[in-house]
Design a protein around this ligand. Structure first.
Ligand code: 3NM
Length: 219
């Protein structure tokens, strides 16, 4: 049985955009993320490994207001306290971050909790632990998460066959390779640099959504 949170994710969320540190010159976090929402981002995650906790809280406040305006969920990477403070919809945790059980206990049953996974065992553990969705990656090598070995589209295909909760393919995904990722079995994709570093983030998001819709039709 899928929970209500999981089915919400299942139905509505196809393009997942994460904030970054490197925006296109002259652009700000609020401006870029609003463009992604205009272009069709279905969910936004705040993640900036270069920012202090105070800066992140400030960014979270800006994004909470913005995502509310567009009716899109806001997820906070790693920081349960910040998620609670700004009333975010949930958190995303890495394999080395705080535990899923702790996040669920502190955020409650309505929170969306996602887990990064890099192999099937991680995925099945997150699923058994009550995660609402998982990240599957990095599919390709990426400067956004340096030093992490690419799992290739093989893991995407494995996840599509074996994981029952929604999964989002992530890592090095661009408009040039998203068709391969979708053909490997992904139905949801996540991007950072391809979107937030682009001169026109809205146009990139629209193109991602078109690829996703085309893959749905072909399936
Ligand atoms: N998590 P880009 S890969 C934040 O595999 C993140 O868990 C990953 O950024 C994982 O779209 C990644 O710029 C970076 O490659 C994604």
């Amino acid at each position: 049985m899928m929970t209500e949170r999981q089915s919400r994710f299942h139905e509505g969320i196809r393009l997942y955009v994460i904030t970054g540190a490197n925006y296109h010159p002259g652009r700000t976090l609020a401006d870029v993320m609003e463009q992604t929402l205009i272009g069709g981002a279905d969910i936004i995650q705040l993640r900036d490994k270069t920012a202090s906790q105070r800066e992140l809280l400030e960014q979270a406040r800006v994004l909470r207001e913005l995502t509310k305006r567009y009716g899109v969920p806001l997820i906070i990477n790693d920081y349960i306290d910040i998620a609670l403070e700004v009333g975010a919809d949930g958190v995303h945790l890495g394999q080395d971050d705080r535990s899923l059980a702790e996040a669920r206990e502190r955020l409650g049953q309505d929170a969306i909790i996602g887990i990064s996974t890099h192999q099937l065992l991680h995925a099945l553990t997150a699923q058994a632990g009550g995660a609402d969705y998982i990240g599957v990656g990095p599919v390709y090598p990426t400067g956004t998460k340096p030093g992490k070995a690419a799992v290739t589209t093989n893991y995407v295909t494995e996840a599509a066959a074996s994981v029952k909760i929604p999964f989002v393919a992530i890592g090095g995904i661009t408009l040039d390779n998203v068709d391969t990722v979708l053909a490997a079995g992904a139905t949801r994709v996540c991007a950072v640099s391809a979107v937030v570093g682009a001169p026109d983030p809205a146009a990139v998001c629209r193109s991602f959504k078109e690829w996703i819709a085309a893959a749905d039709t072909a399936r």
